[in-house]
Design a protein around this ligand. Structure first.
Ligand code: GLC
Length: 719
């Protein structure tokens, strides 16, 4: 195919046109007819897609079909929980199912390439895009990213309903300074390899069709010009053979970064680095021919990049079936979507606190509930970020969910109290207090509007916005059992309200079926089973704070943490311990990674390793007895953590190496086993090579990253 292409046609395949209202304009159709574009972005009307594809296939010289890209991030018509919420399910099969139904819905509208999953590890809740991520852990992000890719791409990429996936944003975007979006990232190669690159390696091993360069400057070289990332790691080390696509106009932005004099230099840097497709920019079509004439770029390099693009098109089966027949898909779109969205919402919610087992509420023992707050009746806000194609009409808000579930038995009284999540003034205080005063229990619906997280929406103060904390203090005065359901796109700092609340359900942005799911969790139709995919700081000054931190040479000593209020006047400089903590926050988070309570009561006993030595190349089994000492059937996410006590570089105090959801009836006990291969313990050492180093290891199994049941084993070199 390439040997028959002109240079202009080759360069055309490297250009992605961003379309909108103009998708069928003469300008666009002329570009396609002339073979000057290989993919388009943001066309989501099946008829328009079919027409554009017809022009490409029938009216261009070589008839090469187009790719149609769209950000199908967490649902399409049917909006799923945000990816951070999906991560909280710790259920890869469910994440795969959510991606699958999203692919079917998107494919029905002509999309054949999604720019998802976003697999940037993020340890900074200030960053707006943590909402799109699977959280702070490399292993959890890897598992969820691979699950999403398998959902989008299906077993057969050429099958109707399968769409090409895109691992993004390569790489290290989650380490943006101060959590400020698009900000500089400085990540030493060892940290880059041990923390941020893992999910991308897993994505490529799982067959992801494309990788997107991040906007951000990595160690002085923005990803769109970063040959270490885009060529040495991606192509030479990992043998990736799919498409490397820029982010939106990120090649021209190399001039803004100040690493390219002008668009021609930017194009030269990007091609040299290995960016196959320029998304929404014209530097390639404007300057590549010149750069080849000037012998600054080899045409053979262009051929290899075009081959990456054509390879994905062949794998998608576009040359045989350029556009899916709509009726073939439409029927399948509606079947599963809402069921999956509901299940994902149910499993994503994390019970952070449940003082005195105030939850679940018993509808048959309640006469009335007060539903208060700006996010109770907010069907649009609960959908979260990246929902361009979402159908708000499908969204069941929390108030409706409660009324639908128990409205026939319980008097549901609603007061919004704040116009929106940012309002700085509580409206109608009297009405709020009277309503709560007349009810048996108060349920507050708090959090962030959709716009307060997502791309370019970072926050420096991650408390509840506006006057929501004041609303909590106000309602607390009524002295009724007080529950908060928090809908947000990030971990929030809750220290200023946590003691005022008897129970907290953290629902992220739960998507279309959030209202039904939350009502069922509140009234005990189901037990919360979510676990935190990201650490909850006590205060924003602790950020970055994450569970798999290094030990330092002066780790905090439990029990010796001093609080600033307890310091005696003129206390001698060394009188309060010399270790790593904050005087006004201590050294621990408010809620740790992996935390999540249940209506059941899970107990762990009898951890053991199948051997106390593990030869490199072998594996061992770690197991524990898990019991449900509670009164209800519920699922627990059992987590395995490991620590490498001594390494050629310092190693995290714990690292997640396995997890599994286990359903238990009341009184039931099961043995939960994890197979640990020596390869699972490999890391990039002092020489930045990935190896397993012999030595002593510790393992824990439990219901969060603070699991206490532990055992030890020794990794030994193979004799
Ligand atoms: C955006 C995002 C990227 C997205 C792309 C296309 O700026 O950074 O994640 O896929 O542009 O919408």
């Amino acid at each position: 195919m390439i040997s028959r292409m002109t240079l202009a046609e080759k360069i055309g395949q490297m250009r992605q046109l961003s379309l909108g209202e103009d998708s069928l304009s003469d300008h666009v159709t002329d570009e396609i007819r002339a073979g000057r574009t290989g993919s388009v972005l943001n066309v989501v009307c099946a008829d328009e897609v079919r027409e554009l594809q017809r022009i490409a296939v029938e009216e261009s010289r070589l008839g090469i079909p187009l790719l149609f890209g769209r950000d199908v991030i967490h649902g399409f018509k049917t909006v799923m929980p945000i990816p951070l919420g999906q991560a909280a399910t710790w259920n890869p099969e469910l994440v795969k199912a959510a991606a699958r139904v999203s692919a079917l819905e998107a494919a029905a509208c002509g999309v054949n390439w999604t720019f998802a999953p976003m697999i940037d590890v993020s340890r900074d809740a200030r960053w707006g895009r943590i909402a799109e991520s699977f959280g702070e852990d490399t292993y959890l992000t890897s598992q969820m990213g691979v699950a999403a890719i398998r959902g989008y791409q299906g077993e057969n990429l050429a099958a109707t309903g399968s769409i090409a996936a895109c691992a993004k944003h390569f790489a290290g975007y989650g380490a943006s300074e101060a959590g400020r979006d698009y900000a500089t990232t400085n990540i030493p190669e060892n940290e880059l390899r041990n923390v941020y690159l893992g999910p991308f390696r897993a994505a490529i091993d799982a067959g992801v069709s494309s990788v997107m360069a991040s906007f951000s400057d990595l160690n002085g070289v923005p990803a769109s010009a970063n040959d270490f990332l885009m060529t040495r790691v991606l192509r030479h080390e990992w043998q990736f053979d799919g498409i490397a696509v820029s982010d939106f106009n990120s090649i021209s932005q190399l001039c803004v970064h100040g690493i390219a004099e002008d668009d021609k230099e930017a194009a030269c840097l990007a091609v040299t680095a290995g960016i196959d497709v320029e998304m929404a920019g014209d530097t390639y079509v404007s300057f590549l021919e010149q750069l080849i004439e000037e012998e600054r770029i080899e045409e053979s390099k262009i051929d290899a990049m075009v081959a990456n693009v054509l390879r994905v098109k062949f794998r998608l089966g576009l040359f045989e079936a350029p556009a899916a027949e709509e009726d073939d898909l439409a029927a399948r779109v509606s079947d599963d979507a809402l069921r999956v969205a509901k299940e994902a919402a149910l499993q994503s919610v994390v019970l952070l606190k449940n003082e005195g087992a105030v939850l679940p509420l018993a509808a048959d023992r309640l006469a009335s509930v007060a539903v208060i707050g700006p996010l109770a009746d907010a069907p649009y806000e609960q959908l979260g970020t990246w929902i361009f194609d979402g159908d708000p009409g499908l969204s069941v808000d929390c108030l409706s969910g409660i009324r639908k579930l128990v409205g026939d038995r319980v008097d549901v009284n609603y007061v919004k109290a704040l116009a929106n999540s940012r309002s700085r003034q509580v409206d109608n205080v009297t009405e709020v207090m009277e309503t709560v005063g007349q009810c048996d229990v108060a349920i507050l619906f708090l959090g962030e509007e959709s716009i307060l997280s997502g791309e370019a929406h970072s926050r420096a103060d991650i408390n509840l916005p506006g006057a929501q904390a004041e609303l909590v203090k106000l309602v607390r005065q009524a002295g009724k059992p007080l529950i908060a359901v928090i809908l947000a796109g990030r971990p929030l700092t809750l220290s200023n309200i946590v003691d005022d609340l008897d129970a907290i359900l953290y629902a992220w942005h739960p998507g279309a079926m959030g209202g039904e799911a939350i009502a069922e969790l509140l009234f005990g139709q189901a037990s919360p089973s979510g676990k935190l995919p990201a650490t909850f700081p006590r205060m924003v000054g602790q950020v970055p704070i994450y569970y798999n931190h290094k030990n330092t040479g002066k780790p905090p000593i439990a029990g010796e943490i001093l609080h600033i209020d307890d310091i005696e006047e003129q206390a001698p400089q060394t009188s309060y311990g010399m270790f790593s903590f904050h005087l006004d926050a201590g050294s621990t988070p408010l809620f740790p990674f992996g935390h999540g309570l249940s209506y059941a009561e899970f107990r762990y006993t009898g951890i053991r390793a199948s051997a106390d030595r593990l030869a490199i190349g072998d594996s061992l089994t770690l197991s524990v007895e898990l019991s449900n000492a509670g009164q209800v059937r519920a699922e627990e996410v059992v987590q395995l953590y490991v620590r490498d006590l001594v390494g050629s570089v310092t190693r995290p105090v714990r690292e997640l190496k396995g997890f599994r959801r286990v359903m238990l009836d009341p009184g039931q006990t099961v043995t939960v086993q994890f197979e640990l291969r020596s390869q699972d313990l490999a890391f990039y050492g002092r020489d930045n090579r990935c190896t397993v180093e012999p030595g002593k290891f510790r393992a824990w199994i439990g219901g969060s990253s603070t699991a206490e049941l532990e055992c030890e084993f020794q990794v030994i070199a193979r004799d």
